[in-house]
Design a protein around this ligand. Sequence first.
Ligand code: FMN
Ligand code: FE2
Ligand code: FE2
Length: 395
Amino acid sequence: MVIHFIPEIADRVHYVGVRDPDRRMFDALVPLPQGTTYNSYLVKGEAKTALIDTVNPGFEDEFVERISKVSSVEEIDYVIMNHAEPDHASAISYVLSKNSKANLLVTKRGADAAKLYFNIPEDRIRVITDGETIDLGGKTLRFIVAPMLHWPETMFSYLEEDGVLFSCDFYGLHTAYGLYDDQVPNMIQYAQRYFGEIMMPYKSMGKRAIDKIRDLDIKVIAPSHGPIHRNPESIMGVYEKWTVGETNDKVIVVYATMWKNTEKMVKQLVAVLEERGIEVPVYNLEHADIGEIAKDLVDARGIVLGTPTVVGRMHPLAVYATHLVTILRPPVKYGVVLTSYGWGKGALSHASEILGPTGLEVVGVMEVNGPPSQENYSEIRAIAGSLADKVLLEK
Ligand SMILES: Cc1cc2nc3c(=O)[nH]c(=O)nc-3n(C[C@H](O)[C@H](O)[C@H](O)COP(=O)(O)O)c2cc1C
Ligand SMILES: [Fe+2]
Ligand SMILES: [Fe+2]
């Protein structure tokens, strides 16, 4: 028999989530170097019991086993769906199939999602309104509607007596290791990576949600991935910056190269930026981790894109990276595009097509035939100088 450790993260609040250290990708988009967790919490009041979120497909039996260490599934009165993405909501139907009385508490849009994705019957669903509370007997759960973090139906749940905020994906991070924030080395870097991948496109909604919870006495943040923040000021502090798009003296460089001509141009530019004291993370797209790029997009003020010309267009890896920049909506302000071609131009106009609508201020572009000449190098140094001026002027 497997022995489960079911931590009590606050008075009568039990962690019943599961760990998935072997998972390597999320949403077929985001690499997970350390796997992840699907967090779920059981809150036991004197009269009623609530289950907050569930787990990813494939973990149903382990999940129910964990719940049964502190309660029985039949005893659950409320299942709370903070978010409808299947990593947290897919086991709801399994739980409800083993329990005849529990209601599913959701936002209005959550009700539609619960029916659409999981076939939850109408008579098991109860729609909550923003700010509504339920009394579990000495434990009061308040619901805070927080749309688009990162799906439309999202809400937070807040346990008033203990100051625990169940924030679902918000304030989350992907690692399977460490129960509490202070047990995870480089916790903020993992959180930044996660923010860049998932929350950055919706940062204004994140800001709105933060304003809504500002007056709460939050002692613990219990998100749906990664560690529980028993020192919540740390994660809340960085989210304050990231959601308003606060940037640093930092330029992210992403490039593809086939025969290193573009790479030579990139290296010249990087040298000048570094000389000016700017932080310059550089990613060769051939082997770059997209999650790291997302992380550095969160607070970079400038971006440099390097790409050779391939059949009259940008290199496909550069297309992918550029597209990511458009959908992740980073707060980056200034851009430079460096390209190399053999016999006919095309990459630069392709880059402008994609980057045009982003509102990025393009500080300089280069289209070099083959390897860069000495003259090209001095042009690159001049462009790098203008980029550095812009980046360092902005505070
Ligand atoms: C698969 C492939 C397709 C290419 N297509 C074009 C093209 O359509 N137009 C062009 O001007 N050069 C084309 N080139 C030439 C490269 O753009 C040129 O060699 C460039 O300098 C390579 O830069 P790099 O060393 O950074 O890879 C192509 C090269 C390869 C290998
Ligand atoms: Fe999600
Ligand atoms: Fe999630």
